[in-house]
Design a protein around this ligand. Structure first.
Ligand code: DAT
Ligand code: MG
Length: 142
């Protein structure tokens, strides 16, 4: 997901481009202005933490871009492409390491496990994702 700060900073194309160029396949995409209640479900794991109210307020403050990317080890590789939770600890070359400074303005969200990806996909795409064959598949996967 591209967070409201990433959308406002015109990083949508840049972030999508990194996943496309790495070889992942886009199987769902939407721009949404969502609600506090929906983000409380998205970030349910963090309920009760000191930063939770600030986090939810920020996420609901503007549109976000929700995406599902498919490919080899997508969760683990996707997280590596994002960088660390704290952008200051993110290596240059990662999205957060290249475009962010503050932990509460880290430009993007990525599922941290297959189970959380499954939960988040259902939450943001109840209508389901789009499965299709990409012409490039044999050039990307062995
Ligand atoms: P990530 O986004 O890397 O999965 P997380 O799931 O631990 O990180 O936390 C979710 C978001 O909450 C994170 O992107 C920014 C915010 N956050 C996390 N830790 C924070 C902290 N110590 N202070 C302020 N915001 C924090
Ligand atoms: Mg997380």
């Amino acid at each position: 997901m591209i967070k409201p700060d990433g959308v406002q900073r015109n990083l949508v194309g840049e972030i999508i481009g990194r996943f496309e160029k790495r070889g992942f396949k886009l199987i769902a995409l939407k721009l949404v202005q969502s609600t506090v209640e929906h983000f409380e479900k998205h970030y349910a794991d963090h309920k009760g933490k000191t930063f939770f109210p600030r986090l939810i307020k920020h996420m609901a403050s503007g549109p976000v871009v929700c995406m599902v990317w498919q490919g080899l080890d997508a969760v683990k590789t996707g997280r590596a492409m994002l960088g660390a939770t704290d952008p200051l600890q993110s290596p240059v070359g990662t999205i957060r390491g290249d475009y962010a400074l503050a932990v509460g303005r880290s430009t993007c969200h990525g599922s941290d496990a297959i189970e959380s990806a499954e939960y988040e996909i259902k939450l943001w795409f109840p209508e389901g994702v789009v499965q299709y064959t990409s012409a490039l598949e044999t050039w990307i996967q062995e």
